[in-house]
Ligand binder design. Structure first.
Ligand SMILES: [Zn+2]
Length: 298
């Protein structure tokens, strides 16, 4: 998820400081500022120590009883997530942004969310963490890489493709996650089937409400986006090159035709490679590929 409005996110940040100082819970005014809060159900979670803030109202994107924490699960789990956070940024040649966790002991399910803020931070809910962990930690890596992709979008003004919903941004973020999972200096998974569970999890939180501003793309589109990102991960790309190539091929897959313009980021060898997967990508995004076939792709 991406908090799309930078100004608003910045204001939320200021409000957050004010609320921290007063320890009050003025939820009404904050809730009005909430932008892309996704409501979700899913069981889970317990309380933990080592909280970052004791009086922790987080912001309008989270419940009034939610609080920030510097830890998630065991200390090795926390280290794992923080290490991944640094690595993801490094793969894109960027400094990492602060990663904090959001917990809510009275309403644990309310933290089934992860948010990337335009002010340069990621808040990661305990409930979504636990749900993803049940799929294997790679699912958490995928979500984190997706959230960091939104940071790249904030920084560079991506996606270069504009749509009326958040779909292009969300699909690109999925693609960037797939790219990270493959890169040798990233999560280094060389076979697509190794990251299938992460994909499945992403698809399960996709939605089919195509007019909603928070639309993440249909699950088939998300599947093809992550697959394309994974394929692009055969090459060492910077963020600009990824953005260009992702939409160059993604549009081709969706429309059955390729954009004609070639930029400095066009790479003939990469082009040959991706085009050899064009039919397959089309099949995925059209929903014509079976789960079995998808999860066994190389
Ligand atoms: Zn997102």
């Amino acid at each position: 998820m991406k908090n799309l409005n930078f100004k608003r996110t910045y204001l939320l940040g200021l409000t957050f400081v004010a609320v921290l100082q007063s320890c009050s819970k003025d939820t009404d005014s904050l809730e009005q500022q909430t932008e892309v809060a996704e409501a979700q159900e899913l069981a889970i979670s317990e309380a933990f120590e080592n909280e970052l803030y004791e009086c922790g109202y987080v912001d309008g994107n989270w419940s009034s009883t939610a609080y920030l924490s510097s830890s998630i699960g065991t200390s090795s789990e926390t280290n794992f997530m923080q290490t991944q956070n640094s690595k993801i940024a490094a793969v894109w040649g960027r400094p990492a942004v602060p990663l904090s966790f959001v917990k809510d002991n009275s309403n644990p399910n309310s933290t089934y969310n992860a948010i990337s803020y335009g002010s340069g931070k990621i808040y990661y809910g305990e409930a979504i963490y636990n749900a993803a962990k049940a799929q294997g930690q790679i699912a958490n890596v995928m979500i984190l890489a997706h959230e960091f992709a939104h940071q790249l979008q904030f920084t560079y003004g991506y996606p270069s493709k504009n749509e009326s919903t958040a779909r292009a941004a969300e699909l690109e973020a999925d693609g960037m996650a797939g790219y990270y999972l493959r890169r040798p200096n990233g999560y280094n998974k060389t076979s697509f089937s190794q990251i299938a569970t992460a994909y499945e999890f992403a698809a399960s939180i996709g939605d089919n409400n195509t007019t909603s501003p928070g639309h993440h793309g249909r699950s088939y589109q998300r599947r093809s986006a992550v697959r394309l990102g994974f394929l692009l991960g055969a090459y060492d790309l910077n963020a600009a090159s990824f953005d260009y190539n992702f939409f160059y091929y993604y549009n081709g897959v969706l429309n059955g035709s390729y954009k004609q313009e070639k930029s400095e980021y066009f790479n003939a060898e990469l082009d040959k490679y991706i085009r050899s997967y064009a039919k397959e990508l089309q099949k995925i995004s059209n929903g014509e590929m079976s789960d079995e076939e998808y999860f066994n792709l190389d």
